[in-house]
Design a protein around this ligand. Sequence first.
Ligand code: CP
Length: 317
Amino acid sequence: MQNFLSVHDVPDINRLIDSALAYKANPLKDNTLGAGKRIGLLFLNPSLRTRLSTQVAARNLGMEAIVFNVDKEGWALEFEEGAIMSGSTVEHVKDAAPVLGQYFDVLCIRTFPSLKNREDDYSELYIKQFVKHAGVPVVSLESATLHPLQSLTDLITIREAYTAARKPKIVLTWAPHVKPLPQCVANSFAQWVNAWGEADFVITHPEDYELSEEFTKGARITHDQDEALKDADFVYVKNWSTFNDYGKIYSNDPDWMLTEEKLQLTNKARVMHCLPVRRNVELSDEILDSPASLVTREAGNRVWAAQAVLAEILKGA
Ligand code: CP
């Protein structure tokens, strides 16, 4: 594996899940694979799980991990080609990324979308500029449109929790929120479940919350949440802002919050969320604090997803 930016970088999803579960069973089995190698974790946005799980994963492989909060401690970066830098940006990524590539063997980057201009966000300019100029493998810690480490984690968690012989029914449901959020987690989850191909996959959301067909193609989409939830084995809860009239909140309908009553429609579904979650806005206390919730196990599995990906990159380097 050269870079890890989306499911398209993964030749065999099930093999990567197997690798992650093997690390979960024996975290230090490859603890010299990354000896003498350094990983740089660059954050242009906040994080709890991604930051810490990737550091733990790197150290399990014997790597040194260094975190750089670019947004708070670094120079303001410019990403546009040919920019006349007479404004607030101080250093062009064309100058910064090759320097970082000298310091680190692997660069990991979190760069959220602006939610102001869809064309700019969906061009993935920021992470592509790092890939172009760093000269070392780049791992997405969540980019403008995708969150691949989260999605790999989600499939690991589903495979681990599911024991029946038939394909699981997986429902991705929109949930209310108080502010406009990126589409990254939903896009990425849809992309990975569709590429995995081992589920009956349904996406449900209010009208006007369509995601890009680039990611959802292959899923059944409905605006009827109750109908979608019927017989579900897994319910993945996530808010996202509008894609078409980009980055807005049209509906914050509290009726879309998953409750115990709605869960009765499912096949005793396990409930997932990437965290952080707004309690009693996106998801009710009664579900988050119940045995149906997989959210803590899911967040724990972030370590094994990151470890499997970093190991693939180290083996390919
Ligand atoms: N799920 C997730 O990416 O969490 P953080 O934003 O805390 O890293």
